[in-house]
Design a protein around this ligand. Structure first.
Ligand code: DGL
Length: 272
């Protein structure tokens, strides 16, 4: 039997956004092998009902479990917000999400200032961020804003220029006006638009705003978790990366490598 710690981490998202988490994982934990599943045929999840997101998330997770992974990292804000409990009940292995690590990073950075959360409509409606933040700090105040247009912009690789800038301005204005000076990118697609979001946030606030990317915070907590459980990959060469998607659009390789920060070699389309 393959030793548990030598198994890959299973990581999934509704589409390509989770590759921003994979990028952070590969930077922080280079020996870990990763099996990534992007449900590109059914993206976006963020505008769907909680019941549908739970159903989709279970079908993704089951594919990863069947392939043999040592833990699942839910690299999707929406699934982490509405389906993580269902996954933990149904699956017989550890399931880690993105909400807690990024909420903790925001609380550490906020210094008494209001925290703004940008997320999908599903994540915002679930109240997962305010609920989690209140358990970490009783004083931190949270304001949220759904930013659904960022997802197709990121999937298309339309990352700068007028359209993303105007979308960022529109989504950030209410957060900044309410006093938020820390902004959490509560959807894993959003880090691709981070330069535009950062520039607009600073401009609207007239001072630097702390923009929190979930990837680095998640990678830190996954590393800590694997260490504590004795599941860290043994020292050795860089781990493998396999990417599986449920639809393979023509521009996939180009857009995916932009999310990932390195070329994607092993990509295959699968059915769920
Ligand atoms: N990347 C996903 C998230 O973090 C969702 C995008 C979507 O499918 O709507 O929420």
């Amino acid at each position: 039997m393959t030793e548990l710690r030598a198994l890959p981490l299973g990581v999934f998202d509704s589409g390509l956004g989770g590759l921003t988490v994979v990028r952070a994982l590969r930077e922080a934990l280079p020996e870990e092998s990763i099996l990534y599943l992007g449900d590109t045929a059914r993206v976006p999840y963020g505008t769907r009902s909680a019941e549908t997101v739970v159903r989709y998330a279970l079908s993704c997770a089951k594919v990863l479990v069947a392939r043999g992974v040592k833990a699942i990292v839910v690299a999707c804000g929406t699934v982490s917000a509405v389906a993580i409990e269902a996954l933990r009940v149904e699956l017989d292995l550890p399931v880690l999400g993105v909400i807690e690590p990024s909420a903790r990073a925001a609380v550490e950075r906020c210094g008494g200032r209001r925290i703004g959360v940008l997320g999908t409509p599903g994540t915002v409606a679930s109240g997962a961020y305010p609920r989690t933040i209140v358990t970490l700090s009783t004083r931190a105040e949270v304001v949220q804003q759904a930013a659904p247009l960022f997802v197709p912009l990121a999937e298309e690789g339309w990352l700068d220029g007028e359209v993303p800038t105007l979308a960022a301005r529109r989504y950030l204005a209410p957060l900044i006006a309410s006093g938020a000076r820390v902004v959490v990118l509560g959807c894993t697609h959003y880090p691709l638009l981070a330069p535009v979001i950062q520039a607009e946030a600073d401009r609207l606030a007239g001072e630097p705003v702390a923009v929190i990317d979930t990837g680095a915070a998640v990678a830190r907590e996954v590393g800590r978790f694997l260490e504590e459980r004795g599941r860290r990959a043994p020292p050795g060469p860089r781990g493998a990366l396999e990417v599986r998607v449920t639809d393979l659009p023509k521009s996939f390789a180009e857009v995916a490598s932009r999310f990932l920060g390195e070329p994607v070699h092993d990509v295959r389309q699968i059915d769920l």
